[in-house]
Design a protein around this ligand. Structure first.
Ligand code: DQA
Length: 142
C-alpha cells in the first residue's frame, strides 16, 4: 500500500472530507485482513514524490504482486509517479477517500486511473478494505 502526501495526517486532516480513521488504523486493518489469507500487506507513506518513486522501483525487485495506491495530491500532478508504476508493470488499484469527481475541477483528472486495474473513490477508509478484498481475490485467481 502506498500513501501520498498529507495522508499521515489522516484522522485530523479535514475530517469532514477524509473521516476520522487514522492511517495507523488503516494499516492495522489491512495487515490483519491480509494475514487471514496468508498475504503480507506492507504500507509506505511519504510526503515526497521521489521517495514514493523509489519505493515503487524497489517493489519490482521484491516481487510485490499488487499495489494499492492513494497518490493523494500527486494524483492530479505526477507524471513521474505514473511513469514509475508503468515501469515496474505491477498491477494497481487507485483509492481515494473522497469522491474526487464531486470536488473541485482540478481533482477530477487523475494521471493514474487509465492504467489502474480499478479505481475506488468516495467510500472513505472502507475503500482500502474494498481494494484489498479485490486484490486478494485476484491473487487467489492467479
Ligand atoms: C485524496 C484526494 C486528493 O484530491 C487529495 O489531494 C488528497 C486525498 C483522497 O483520498 O480523497 O490528498 O486522494
Amino acid at each position: 500500500m502506498l500513501h501520498g502526501p498529507n495522508l499521515n495526517l489522516l484522522g485530523t486532516r479535514e475530517p469532514e472530507i477524509y473521516g476520522h480513521t487514522t492511517l495507523t488504523d488503516v494499516h492495522q486493518a489491512m495487515e490483519a485482513r491480509g494475514r487471514a489469507d496468508g498475504v503480507l500487506v506492507e504500507s509506505f507513506q511519504s510526503n515526497h514524490e521521489g521517495q514514493l518513486i523509489d519505493r515503487i522501483q524497489a517493489a519490482a525487485a521484491e516481487d510485490v504482486r499488487f499495489i494499492i495506491i492513494n497518490p493523494a495530491g500527486y494524483t492530479h500532478t505526477s507524471v513521474a509517479l505514473r511513469d514509475a508504476l508503468a515501469a515496474v508493470a505491477i498491477p494497481y488499484v487507485e483509492v481515494h477517500l473522497s469522491n474526487i469527481h464531486a470536488r473541485e475541477p482540478f481533482r477530477q483528472h487523475s494521471y493514474f486511473s487509465d492504467r489502474a486495474a480499478g479505481v475506488i473513490c468516495g467510500l472513505g477508509a472502507y475503500g482500502y478494505i474494498a481494494a484489498l478484498e479485490f486484490t486478494l481475490s485476484r491473487l487467489r485467481d492467479h
